[in-house]
Design a protein around this ligand. Structure first.
Ligand code: GRF
Length: 216
């Protein structure tokens, strides 16, 4: 029987990546189980969807902690520990995390970012790719390190930029590839196929990791 690593998904909004992870984790041979969906916003639509799937949910309202980021994170961390979480997936979790929290989860926390990192960290990635005249764009799943939207890539998905593309049309196509690479990256991490040491990824034989690549 496949050993399933207890995984939490952190969301702030609609949770379409969360839904893709939940669907993938239903496969008998998937090496992770979704044990918790947690949000920093009580009205995140993804919470109800997760509950409907019978998954435990939790809300730690970040706004209640004001500027005290670590107090919020200590409560979130305690929630993750209570559910015996081993792996954390950030799936549209709109909070900058402190080095303290990142340090608690080094090598065990991954994020999805809608750009081909190291291009376009931060916000408005689709607009920036179009403004730059790029011919391709995409998304990256990477280990979380203290610097925002940095950290070595586990998987990247690319889409072609078409003439006349709008940010919304491009975002929709990128989202499609996100839903493929996030489950692939979680599978690789949970199975022990990829690990992070320092700022680099390695395969199970200790060789440099080549990010999983998906083109759509
Ligand atoms: C995605 O575009 C993801 O790359 C970014 O936030 C968005 C979340 O969308 N980090 P959803 O909530 O998973 O639908």
């Amino acid at each position: 029987m496949t050993l399933k690593r207890r995984t939490a998904i952190l969301i702030s909004g609609r949770g379409s990546n969360m839904t893709a992870l939940i669907a993938a984790a239903k496969a008998a041979d998937f090496p992770a189980s979704i044990a918790l969906v947690a949000s920093n916003k009580a009205d995140a639509p993804g919470l109800a969807r997760a509950a409907g799937e019978g998954i435990a949910t939790a809300t730690v309202v970040s706004r209640n902690f004001g500027a005290d980021r670590e107090a919020f994170e200590r409560q979130l961390h305690a929630t993750l520990q209570r559910h015996a979480i081993e792996i954390v997936c950030l799936a549209g979790f709109m909070r900058i995390l402190t080095p303290w929290f990142v340090g608690q989860w080094t090598g065990r926390m991954i994020n999805i970012h809608p750009a081909l990192l190291p291009k376009y960290p931060g916000l408005h990635t689709h607009e920036r790719a179009l403004e730059s005249g790029d011919d391709e764009h995409g998304a990256t799943v990477h280990f979380v390190v203290p610097e925002t939207d940095a950290g070595p890539a586990i998987a990247q998905g690319t889409v072609k930029i078409e003439p006349g593309d709008t940010p919304d049309a491009l975002a929709a196509r990128v989202l499609g590839v996100e839903h493929v690479i996030f489950p692939a990256a979680l599978r690789a991490l949970a199975a022990g196929d990829v690990t992070m040491t320092g700022d680099s990824c390695f395969d199970r034989d200790g060789r440099p990791w080549h990010p999983i690549r998906v083109a759509q």
